[in-house]
Design a protein around this ligand. Structure first.
Ligand code: F6P
Length: 341
């Protein structure tokens, strides 16, 4: 079979492990030809393909990013995009396509599947908010990086008696903020799932600094917002693809906290550091498992599905059930972060 492969949306560590697994397992076990497309859906529209062989995947397991390149591009939202995708797939004689991406890429994949293309989706995003899978490729590495950052911020916060705000990625869901906040022992975790009350934060910080500590760490997800009707005004600043302008909520909180408490406050915006560099073993393993599962699915004629981690097992879920939904942090996990303040 001629199997197409693309990585779309923001890059994450662990993508190369998935690409490697698709090529190795697809070629080695089934004799498929794997045709990579450069730069996500944009490369399919532009006809930028590259036949992948074992030489492309040598020594890629520890390498971050994606050897195929990626882009934020949605063919169904660009005039002529869908037709161009179908034309390229026909010209390349692609019989099935593996799409590794987050919500945007997988949404586009479900549209292309509706047009009759056999698709298997693979979830990746450091935000971990793809529906119907316990984990997405990239999340574990990002949590490790964010936790290390919070650990490092701790010592400087304590030395200077400061309030330190660490802004992490997560526009619709606060998975990185909540888990790195718990792992790093943050006093306050702010996630999009639980809009915050700045008055409560002010009272908490004043009490804590009066009673027993001279420093505090706040981990805030970029998509966190004040609760409606509370006393802090804030408008989320978003870019062309709905991505949140980095530093907006962190900087805004800094001003508010300094004005209200008088405490010396600093902000660290982790930004793309969370997406770069060496993937953790967990992400390499997850990418490898999803890559193998995607090839097995295609080879067994199971398409229009997404690979998903459920507990200890990789399973397949219908692609149509995934698109457009956000997997939010459960209340129980948010409550743990609050309980350990
Ligand atoms: O893809 C997820 C993500 O990392 C978000 O957490 C973040 O808001 C966004 O991408 C940043 O996008 P870009 O890399 O396009 O600036």
């Amino acid at each position: 079979m001629r199997v197409g492969l693309l990585t779309g949306g923001g890059d994450v560590p662990g993508l190369n492990a998935a690409i490697r697994a698709v090529v190795k397992h697809g070629e080695g076990q089934y004799g498929h030809s794997i045709i990579g497309f450069r730069n996500g859906w944009k490369g399919v529209v532009d006809g930028l393909s590259i036949p992948l062989t074992r030489s492309h995947i040598r020594n890629v397991l520890p390498v971050g990013g994606t050897l195929l390149g990626t882009a934020r591009f949605h063919p169904h939202r660009n005039g002529g995009g869908m037709d161009a995708v179908l034309a390229t797939l026909e010209a390349e004689r692609i019989e099935a396509l593996i799409c590794i991406g987050g919500d945007g890429t997988l949404h586009a994949a479900s549209k292309i599947a509706e047009a009759g293309v056999k698709i298997v989706g693979v979830p990746k995003t450091i935000d971990n908010d793809v529906w119907a899978t316990d984990r997405s490729i990239g999340f574990d590495t990002a949590v490790n990086i964010a936790t290390e950052a919070v650990d490092r911020i701790h010592t400087t916060a304590e030395s200077h008696n400061r309030v330190m705000i660490v802004e992490v990625m997560g526009r619709d869901a606060g998975w990185i903020a909540t888990t790195a906040g718990i792992a790093g022992g943050a006093e306050i975790v702010l996630a999009p799932e639980a809009p915050f009350d700045i008055d409560k934060i002010e009272r908490f910080l004043k009490h804590r600094h009066r009673a027993h500590a001279s420093f505090s760490i706040i981990v805030v997800a970029e998509g966190a917002v004040p609760a409606e009707g509370t006393s802090m005004s804030y408008e989320t600043q978003v870019g062309k693809f709905g991505e949140i302008v980095a530093g907006a909520i962190g900087e805004r909180l800094k001003v508010e906290i300094e004005q209200r408490t008088g405490f010396d406050t600093r902000v660290t915006v982790l930004g793309h550091v969370q997406r770069g560099g060496t993937p953790s073993p967990t992400d390499r393993i997850l990418g490898s498992r999803f890559g193998v599962a995607a090839i097995d699915a295609i080879s067994q004629g199971k398409t229009d599905v997404m690979t998903a981690l459920h507990g200890e097992c990789v399973e397949l879920v219908p692609l149509s059930e995934v698109a457009g939904k956000v997997k939010r942090v459960p209340d129980e996990l948010l409550a743990v972060a609050r309980a350990l303040a």
